[in-house]
Design a protein around this ligand. Structure first.
Ligand code: ZN
Length: 354
């Protein structure tokens, strides 16, 4: 496959390559060109394909927090980020999936606006802007959730785009979307039910390509060790139900693992074996970025107080140049992602060929 952002059948082929190859791709939340370029750099370095994603507020940040119309900024930021990535991705020599993260009911208009932007982009450039979008209506009754997912997927399929849906509630919070599970890990309603997955499969399969963010004890954010009890067998139960009831091949569903930061490696591997092709990473790369900046500021604190030292007269321009400490942040993100590509088994598996 040609390096660059993938859509439609190429995207579907990449998902199949992951599942058949027994690996998953990190899906990294980014907020600007520094984190975005660092993800492409890490993917190129590791010869892995990668998923780059924006939350609604990440997209708004990309456009600029000072833009008065916040909704417009969420749309324009996502458009600008997609154009930036489409221009540069091929030069990193890997395939990139462009995706938007959690959108609850209040953010359905954001996704609709982005789908319309893709429709316009196809007229101009021949390709949509995003490979896929996510709708997270998991807090609603399943009929409402799936009805809206079906409507949006019908809009996206002719444009060559895929939809990620959420069934069952992922614990923790991602940019204000999500639920607080507290200590309620025994509550079965927090785990995705195979019957719900079968219902989604039956409704959405004829309409287009989709993936499922399933709840199997995963939680957004990082918590004390032992507080997160992952149960990948929940994923297997759903795969088996669809295989049995609809006579499909092995692992018919494409699963997405949210809240992957801080997970045990063995549980990640097990989840990948049950059809997980995408694992979201946000918290750990946020920390990697900030940790590097914090370390640099601590070591060069004078350069963050004065342009020239008031007593010694030493100029600090070379230390406070934002490119210096932003580059430290980028390199730190690359180092954290080196680990993610190994954990997910995607290192060296890029299907891109120049
Ligand atoms: Zn999530």
């Amino acid at each position: 496959m040609k390096p660059g952002v993938v859509f439609g059948e190429d995207y579907a082929a990449l998902v199949e390559a992951c599942k058949n190859g027994g690996y998953a791709l990190p899906a990294v939340n980014v907020v600007g060109t520094n984190s975005l370029n660092a993800v492409m750099e890490a993917a190129g370095k590791n010869k892995s394909d990668v998923i780059i994603q924006f939350s609604n507020s990440g997209a708004q940040f990309y456009a600029g927090k000072g833009m008065e119309d916040g909704f417009r900024a969420k749309v324009l930021g996502a458009v600008a980020a997609a154009k930036h990535t489409q221009l540069l991705a091929e030069h990193y020599g890997i395939c990139v999936v462009l995706h938007t993260d959690h959108a609850n009911r209040s953010l359905v208009p954001w996704v609709d606006a982005l789908v319309e932007e893709s429709r316009q982009n196809i007229k101009r450039e021949g390709v949509p802007l995003y490979s896929s979008h996510m709708l997270d209506l998991s807090e609603e009754p399943i009929s409402d959730n799936l009805e809206t997912c079906a409507r949006v997927l019908k809009d996206m399929t002719p444009l060559g785009m895929s939809l990620e849906i959420e069934l069952g509630v992922t614990g923790g919070e991602e940019d204000g979307v999500g639920a607080d599970v507290g200590d309620d890990f025994e509550n079965p309603s927090l785990y995705t039910q195979p019957e719900d997955v079968l219902q989604a499969y039956d409704l959405l399969t004829p309409l287009g390509h989709f993936s499922v963010a399933a709840s199997f004890g995963n939680v957004h954010g990082v918590y004390k060790p032992g507080n997160v009890k992952l149960r990948p067998e929940i994923l297997r139960a759903s795969q088996e139900m669809v295989m049995r009831e609809r006579s499909t091949a092995n692992n018919p569903l494409h699963f997405v693992f949210h809240g992957g930061s801080g997970s045990e490696k063995a549980k990640i591997e097990e989840a990948v074996g049950y059809g997980v092709f995408k694992m979201n990473i946000d918290t750990d790369t946020q920390f990697a970025f900030s940790e590097a900046v914090g370390g640099y500021v601590a070591e060069n604190s004078d350069a963050f107080k004065w342009q020239v030292h008031p007593e010694t007269g030493t100029p600090f321009k070379k230390q406070y140049d934002p490119r210096v400490w932003l580059r430290k942040a980028e390199q730190s993100v690359v180092t954290r992602l080196d680990e993610a590509f190994v954990d997910l088994g995607s290192r060296g598996k890029s299907i891109a060929q120049a």
